[in-house]
Design a protein around this ligand. Structure first.
Ligand code: GTR
Length: 458
């Protein structure tokens, strides 16, 4: 077994410029902090022997310092972060991880509210459905935004925006929600890659719509496949072919992948919110689960109009530190999902230490805005501890900006959310999912930031 202390000393000696990632936590989580159950580790290891689920086998690593410019200059005030280091880190993520969007707001993009009901859900909410056509043409590419806003609102309402996996009609049984006609991954309720009507409301456990409305928030959701279908077709469908700039017929190695496209779509939804007087566009919270949690982090990092960012069980390429190589690794994700990231990211397959960034820097890009990260204790594939450590190592950037950051050093206990600082975190009991428990913490966290700041609610 590697001794954490020896490793700490040796890495500190070998790394003069970058700081040691952390105390590596070998055996360091015995003070009530969460740790994976040994039975679960054994079970998952047996199931997938190529993956590491054992904290003791995490390799030693040194994280890039978010407060150190590539030329070695130390970032010691908020201005240097804002003007120099933040743009540099953003550019590194564009170049090496998610890719570059060829365009931001397309000039011919059009919004059309195609359905509006003032007394939806038994009078609780106003429902709007908005068609966004990215090129202004009626045929695709485009996306439908489904929006519920509480009817007892007195002013524009803070709103969660979340991409969904199965079509807008799956988030609630409300029969007025347009049935998605987009391509769907095979699954229950899917016939010939298209949604069947009886699939309505099938994902409602992940969307406690009434509870969200009663707590004074709006909810906006979009089917992610409207923006880009989630399969590798060489970027021939979705928004890619509409906007890609090819060089000699080829995409560049830093061209946007699907996560980049989904995040871009969220920014286009933000463009719409800015035109909707019922939505408080200064209080839009971008939230996503799993691959869509990776997406919400990238959306929030690249578009500062999102006032708060939430990552639910996002794992590798999301909140989890890549260098830990715990659960899903860079090689694994690039192999299973070759369309999610830019081509350059593949250079780091098995070479995580060469990455000029790690995922704590993605969280840091969200500063000074509040960010909340979750893990689930059965979801070792997403590396709960690595997700917590990203928050911890983003904390110095928040502090430099005069904020309280995460405020703790050690992983909290199971179901013990940390939600009083500007970085929130919890590890929930249960599996890879977006649960009502998660939503409650998000709304508490949003209450803290939007109510106390006087920016938000009624
Ligand atoms: C898994 C993938 C994860 C996660 C998840 C999901 O297969 O390995 O990175 O994103 O899918 O999105 O459900």
């Amino acid at each position: 077994m590697i001794n954490g202390k020896i490793l700490l000393v040796s890495l500190a000696v070998f790394s003069a410029v970058s700081f040691l990632a952390e105390d590596l936590c070998f055996g360091g989580m015995d003070n009530d902090g969460w740790k994976a159950s040994p039975e679960l580790v054994a079970k998952l290891t047996q199931r997938r022997s190529e993956a590491n689920y054992d904290e003791q086998k995490v390799p030693g690593y040194t994280l890039p310092d978010p407060l150190l410019m590539s030329d070695g200059t130390k970032v010691s005030d908020a201005r240097a972060w804002r003007d120099n280091r933040r743009p540099e880190v953003l550019e590194l993520f564009r170049t090496h991880v998610y890719g570059r969007s060829p365009i931001e707001r397309p000039k011919d993009m059009a919004f059309k509210v195609f359905e509006l009901e003032q007394r939806a859900l038994g009078g609780l909410a106003m429902r709007k459905q908005v068609a966004v056509t990215f090129t202004g043409k009626q045929d695709r590419p485009g996306m439908d935004i489904l929006i519920y806003l509480p009817n007892d609102r007195k002013k524009p309402i803070p709103t969660f925006v979340i991409l969904n996996f199965g079509g807008n009609h799956t988030i609630h049984a409300d029969p007025a929600i347009k049935l998605s006609g987009s391509w769907m991954r095979p699954g229950s309720g899917i016939v010939n890659n298209h949604a069947a009507a009886d699939y309505r409301g099938k994902a409602s456990s992940r969307f406690p719509v009434e509870e969200i409305l009663k707590r004074g928030y709006g909810l906006a959701t979009i089917y992610y496949g409207d923006i880009d279908p989630d399969f590798h077709d060489g970027f021939k469908n979705g928004v890619h072919p509409a906007f890609d700039k090819l060089h000699e017929g080829k995409r560049s190695s830093d061209a946007w992948g699907s996560i980049g496209a989904w995040a871009w779509g969220l920014s286009r939804a933000m463009d719409y919110f800015e035109t909707d007087a019922d939505i408080n566009h200064k209080c839009v919270i971008v939230l996503g689960h799993s691959r869509l949690g990776k997406t919400s982090l990238w959306a929030g990092a690249r578009d500062e109009r999102f006032a708060m960012v939430i990552s639910n069980d996002s794992g590798c390429g999301g909140a989890a530190l890549s260098r830990r190589q715990f659960g899903e690794t860079v090689r694994r994700i690039n192999t299973s999902f070759p369309h999610w990231f830019c081509e350059n990211f593949r250079k780091y397959n098995g070479k995580e230490d060469d990455l000029p960034v790690d995922q704590h820097m993605l969280i840091a890009l969200i500063a000074p805005r509040p960010v909340y990260v979750t893990s689930a204790d059965q979801d070792l594939w997403a590396d709960p501890h690595g997700e917590f450590l990203s928050c911890k190592h983003a904390d110095p950037v928040y502090r430099l900006l005069g904020l309280d950051g995460l405020g703790v050093d050690r992983m909290p206990g199971l179901d013990r959310p940390i939600k009083t600082g500007t970085i929130g975190y919890h590890v929930r009991s249960g599996g890879h999912n977006l649960a009502e428990y998660d939503w409650r913490q998000f709304m508490d966290f949003a209450d803290t930031h939007f109510v106390t700041s006087g920016r938000g609610k009624n």
